[in-house]
Design a protein around this ligand. Structure first.
Ligand code: ADP
Ligand code: F6P
Length: 328
């Protein structure tokens, strides 16, 4: 691939926001400026291309955002971007604004849109994985995951205090519509009795047997972490099924919800976002396109969008087994 001389690169955030997206925007902007490329911020994801919401960025435009949650460029869902005619209009708008390449920060849905721009119009585009779910193939961790699990762990530790004091059995729902990374990591880190995640079938009878087994027979307090997408239902539904079978348990339910998506990013997320933001611009300069930049085993990797969109990060089976072994 021939190196590409670029004059102007656009950057946008799309789909569900994640802590660390600002750090990634900052890295893209500053890397561009370092290489004498003009960075252009695009507001509200793909919708901003259609609405021509392009903002010239300077180094100071991204000052003091590395520690901020959310995204200064805002995010949106833009369903009409799934139509080819709409994407054609987007390409016209980008050409008109002199934007020669794009960095898309988002999840697999956003990469499907990015891949369409690359495949249909040969437009240079590189993706950066930003989602708290950690379910994107081609990177060990996505931007936002580390912050989300630390937020959830802090909350569950607090719930544990009151659960112990009052002998309550808590069902704590964490995010993860399709993926159990948040559930598994927070379950292990908080010493949860069980973590129920979408990747493994939940048998409520077995869960109840575990709760009353010989080792636990005098214990009526505890924490069950339930990922949003678990096949036994929401935390409320699982709690109701357990209560029906074990009425002597005093159960409570807490849904952590969107607090997991906000807040100041952790050090790990800031560093990951900085590395990937830099890697995305350097890839575009090398003439690469249609790929997502990730970090695997400490090194920078580039994965074609068609793999990043269609495959998923798999839960480490060993980690899942350890969670069970340690929850005696
Ligand atoms: P995430 O990027 O977090 O997975 P979504 O799945 O909501 O979030 O996708 C974000 C946006 O990406 C969508 O609102 C839409 O604009 C665009 N998008 C998603 N899927 C496609 C697709 N198949 N073709 C084109 N654009 C898409
Ligand atoms: O993609 C991240 C995520 O937090 C999922 O885990 C969750 O199901 C979803 O976003 C909720 O997003 P929204 O409230 O925007 O629909």
């Amino acid at each position: 691939m021939e190196p590409r001389k670029l004059k102007r690169i656009g950057v946008l955030t799309s789909g569900g926001d994640a802590p660390g997206m600002n750090a990634a925007i900052r890295a893209v902007v500053r890397t561009c400026i370092y290489h004498n490329i003009e960075p252009v911020g695009i507001m509200r994801g793909y919708q901003g291309i259609l609405d021509k919401r392009f903002i010239g960025m300077q180094s100071h435009s991204v000052s003091k955002i590395i520690n901020k949650g959310g995204t200064m460029l805002k995010s949106s869902r833009c369903p009409q971007f799934k139509e080819e005619e709409v994407r054609r209009q987007a390409i016209c708008n980008l050409n008109e604004a002199g934007i020669e390449a794009l960095v898309v920060i988002g999840g697999d849905g956003s990469f499907r849109g990015a891949n369409a721009l690359y495949e249909e119009f040969d437009f240079p585009v590189v993706g950066i994985p930003g989602t708290i779910d950690n379910d994107i193939y081609g990177t060990d961790f996505t931007i936002g995951f580390d912050t989300a699990i630390n937020t959830a762990v802090e909350a569950i530790d607090k719930i544990r205090d009151t659960a112990d004091s009052h002998n309550l059995l808590f069902f704590v729902e964490v995010m993860g519509r399709d993926a159990g990374f948040i559930g598994l990591y927070t379950g292990i880190a908080t010493g949860a009795e069980q973590c129920l995640i979408p990747e493994y079938h939940t048998d409520v009878d077995k869960l109840c047997q575990y709760l009353v087994n010989e080792r636990r027979k005098n214990k009526t307090s505890g924490i069950i972490v339930v990922a949003e997408g678990d096949d036994a239902g929401s935390a409320h539904e699982v709690a109701a099924q357990v209560k029906e079978r074990l009425p002597h348990y005093d159960t409570r339910v807490t849904t952590l919800g969107h607090i997991q998506r906000g807040g100041s990013p952790t050090c790990n997320d800031r560093v990951l976002a900085s590395v990937l933001g830099n890697g995305a611009v350097e890839a575009l300069m090398k003439g690469w396109s249609g790929v997502m930049v990730g970090q695997t085993n400490g090194g920078i990797t580039y994965t074609p969008f068609n793999q990043a969109c269609t495959r998923h990060n798999l839960i480490n089976k060993n980690l899942y087994e350890i969670a069970h072994i340690l929850a005696l």
